[in-house]
Design a protein around this ligand. Sequence first.
Ligand SMILES: *Cc1c(COP(=O)(O)O)cnc(C)c1O
Length: 420
Amino acid sequence: MIQDFSATAECAAALDARDALAGYKQQFLFPQHNGENSIYFCGNSLGLQPKSVRAAIDVELNSWQNLGVNGYMKGDNPWLFYADYCKPALVKLVGAAGVHEVTVMNALTVNLHLMLLSFYRPTASRYKIMLEAGAFPSDQYAVETQVLMHQLQEQDAIIEIAPRNGEKLLRTEDIIAAINEHGHSLALTIFSGMNYYTGQLFDMAAITKVAHEAGALAGFDLAHVAGNVPVKLHDWNVDFAVWCSYKYLNSGPGAVGGAFVHEKHTNTQTPRLGGWWGNDEKTRFKMEKGFIPKPDASGWNMSTSQVFNTVCLKASLEIFEQAGIHHLRQKSILLTQWLEFLLQKITNIGFEIITPTNPEERGAQLSLYFKERGRDIFNAMSDNGIIVDYREPGVIRVAPAPLYCSFSDVFKFYSILKEI
Ligand SMILES: *Cc1c(COP(=O)(O)O)cnc(C)c1O
């Protein structure tokens, strides 16, 4: 396919004409620049608002208005079961065996901590926790503070895997070698599914397999994966995963987060912190002593469903259900290849694409590394109606999300960049 590309507006139009998902763009609201839609390549940070969200919020406002507390059992979407409405779609996005392996609750870092409490259970001999160097800061802080909570030494207990000297990406073989090296003392690997800075998608199946062979567990932070790249958490035997819903899942700032717990761990024996929403509904309202977690991933829920935090996810997932994550992924691979093809034609500004070239090792995002003047180039893009983001040191992240970005948008981005 890539050899058919030519750097022309006609080629972009032809690609759009062949795109079966092109119509989904109409379902989203775009920030405006000089009276026109911005070029929005920032869905890896905050996805755009689906037009359907406003009405969906209105439904719950009306239930609240008309039913008051009876909204928990009545109305269009009884709130008691609100988390459940999102589960069938999430099962497909993360490759769970069924709705029993997924839940929605809280937000990402909170869920990461809850999962670490259950699955990072250091012993005297097996206490190390491994992640990639340069992980998202919140994940670094979570791991650091968990280690301190267990009264372990950071330098001893945290193993960070960095790229080789002069390289920007992690090699799977180096991750595997490190897991084997620390195998006897390793309790858990907690890599991100995709690194936020480089856009590198890790080989989660391989990491999980080797971690298990070493006697450790494997969890993942899927913040940059959920809604971007379909994964197979159940089949890969991943122990747990967490993600947020405001990036590729388009559920708005502060949206409710998600979690996957493999069915082998969802039994009531797995230690955790409990709250009434993780308890069986049958006994939840008896107000009796004795926490009995639901025997599924929602056994980690604690608090009453955050309806207004979840309604946007519910509305957004309906679009994913219609479009299909595998169709979206197909489009995304082509769209990002098109972006890469055009970027390679740019000679007026110096940068390096640090994201892997292989589509199997990346999602929608390309990270452009500028040795110098990255911030200036970023500002010039903003002045021209391009919304991307800048991450120190020196990287502009460009992520055309396939639900609402077209091949012509990518061409427009290229045309503007060429003139900067
Ligand atoms: C976006 C992101 C976060 C943010 O966590 P919140 O708790 O939702 O603020 C954490 N980790 C990773 C890897 C992210 O990409």
